[in-house]
Every structure is written in C-alpha cells, then in structure tokens.
Design a protein around this ligand. Sequence first.
Ligand SMILES: [Zn+2]
Length: 449
Amino acid sequence: MRGLKAIFGLLAAAAALAGPAQAAPWTVKREQAAAEARFLASDALQGRGSATRDEAIAAAYVAAQFEGFGLTPAPGQAGFFQTAKVIKPRLQGEAKVRIDGVDVAGAQLLIGPMGDVGGKAVVFAADDVMTMPAAEVVISTSKASPLTVGQTAMSKQVKLLILKESFLTKGLYAAQGGTDMASYLEGTPQGVRTAVATLPAEAFERLAAHPGASVDLKLPPMTRETAITTNAIGYLKGRDPKAGTLVVSAHLDHLGVRPNGTIMHGANDDASGMVAVIELARAFTAGKPPKRSILFIGYGSEEIGKYGSTWFAAHPSVPLAEIVAAIEFEMVGQQDPKLPKGALFVTGSERSTLMGALKAHGAPVAPDSDPAQHYFERSDNWPLAQAGVVAHTLAGWTTTPTYHQASDTFESLDLTFLTGAIQSMVSPLRWLADSDFRPAWIAGGRPPP
Ligand SMILES: [Zn+2]
C-alpha cells in the first residue's frame, strides 16, 4: 500500500493535468500529411481537373475527413458540399486572326473570349506593364513576362492581346489543344474576358510596325458543355456566436489530364494546401472548440478562374460580415530558398494587419516577396477580398520549378517543410480563433469591389 503522501501527490499531479485551460500542444503527424497528399496527388484522381468527377471525388474525400473529425455541415447547408455550374465552351475548329480583313496563317488562340472581338491595334512596348493602354486590341512587344502582360491586359480590360509566338506559347497551345475556351461560372457576372492570341514572328513584326491596323478574332462554331464544380465545406461551431468566423481554405482542383494523356498531379498545387486544411481541421477538432467558428473549405475550380471561391463569396455559408479573416493555403509543399527557413509568405501582406498579428503570435510568416506578380489576385483569397473580407494566401513557393508542370508529383514534395509549415500555423491560428482581434485593411489595401 502506498503512503498517503504519494497518493496526494498523484492527485495533485492529475489535477494539474486536467486543470485550467493550457491547451495541449498539438503535433501534426508527417505520416498523416503524407498519406493525404499521396491520395490527392495519385494517378487515381487523374490530376483533379476543374469541375470534373475527379474533383468531386477529391471533395468527397475531404468531406469524409471533415465528418470523421466531427465537423458539421455549415449553417444553412444540407451537407458538406456546395456545387455550382461551370459552362465550358469548346471550339469546333480553328479561330482566325485577321489583319485588315485578311486571315493570318499560323495564328494561335491561347485564351478565348466570349465571342468575336476586334478593333484598332495599339502597340505596347514598355517594360512597366502598368503603363499599358486600356485599348481594345494590344500588340505587346514588352519584355515583361507573358504572364504579367496577360494579367495586366485583363485588369485593363483589353479585349484582345496579341503576343509573338514563342517556345512558351507554342507549348501552351499544344497543352490546351487549341480548343479550350474561357469557361465561365453560371449565374455570375462575366465581365470582360481578355482573349490572347499569338502570331508567327514575321506576321507579328509586320503588325507591330503598323499600329492602327484593324485586327479581329473570328471564332468557329462552338459547343457548350455544362459541368459541376464542388466545394467541400466543414464547420466547427465556436463557443461565442458573436465572435465571428474564420475561413481556412485551399483548392481541390488542378489541371487534370493533358490532351496527350499526361496526368498533372498537382501535389504542391494544391494538394499540399488541402493537406494543411485537413490537418488544421484535425487539430482544431481535437480540443475544446475555439471561441470563433471556423469554416474549413476545399474549393473547386480555382485553376480555371477561382470559380469555387467566387461562388462561395456570392453564396457564403455565413454572412460575409461575420467572416473575420480568410486564409488560403497554396503550394506549401516546397519552400522558396530565398525565404528564411520554415517561413511562409503572405500574399498582399502589406494590405492588412493580419500578417503582423499572426507574426506577433509565433507564425513564421514573411512579406509578399514579389508583389509585381500579383499573387494576391491569383488565388482563392481574391473573391472574398473583393467582397471586403480580409483574405490572404499563405504560400511556400509560387515560382517553384514544378509550377504547373507534370513534375509536380508527390515525390517532389518536401514533407518536412509541409509538416512543419502546418505545425507552425496551429498555435497562431488557435490564438486568432480564441481572440477578439479583428484584422483590418490598411488604408488603400482593400481591393476595389
Ligand atoms: Zn494553386
């Protein structure tokens, strides 16, 4: 029989263990993260093409995890899924580019418009893309990257952007089969869609030397296929209904299968982010509920236009005014060697007080290293940000060599970094979920609606 003193000692120790609310430290398990990434990036899921059955299977998998952890459907939703219709037009032939009414041989359409477009050509040659004129048709000879030029043309509502054919554009054309038109989300305003076409070098130089020519794009007949995109949404009800709700998200989809049969596995983009959301849901459901509610979301159709997040922002599970902050995890399976070890960068970090607050509570976050790339506008945080919610994306490395390449496979993931990145956000997010702190836009940081 043990002495009374020892028994009292044990009781005191037990009371200390059960006692006031120091939340137990949580450990993100590498083998769990690996298993989830391996499944999402598997051949079986065929690259999780946007608004495909494969995306729906990824959504079902994520929802099953959420349900297993004890998350519930979001308020006002019958289940764990939110779906929307995506219309995918397909060209039944080649698009033609005409200069002063004459067809240009070898023109290739990279991104299609909603219909025929045309106008007087304006040549844009500057390196600073922000000086691009908001003309109907822009011929770009700028040395800026085609991606940046394209983004800018879109933001300037240029209707037709003409680029010189290059190795890069030919690869893109081949990858898309030349028939892939701009898809759109049914029931949302479509705005202006910038069509992008290339001309062979000789025709391009001739046109660039004769600004003011009339250029138009003529589309062949097309079919319209209706597809369904799926968001998986799980809800953790907080202790205080007035404290607001956090959104923790990633995107389910990637690029699917190329016309030549190559599976685009998208392990980093964005199976890694989805793993972060699943593992954070696991962590947050393990202890007592936080003060704030949390919506854990896997969005569909990010890759073809952020349709899942656009739909969610238009049909939110809780009123937008109740969403305190939204954090998207994108490409957290590899780290930019230029960042401090273990750090994640915050897109649009200078726009709000969120990064500073997370950093003050232990998050190894770093400022947006390349604002000129407009990453803030290029992920699922954007539709919510446009709707006024403080919404950012956390990323490990966006210009990784595997970005939108077939090499973005499970084997290319840095599981140590991925596991560490998720782990590093558990306690800062727990702080945010338990606090009264409300992140706000810094003057001029809120995007125009
Ligand atoms: Zn992505």
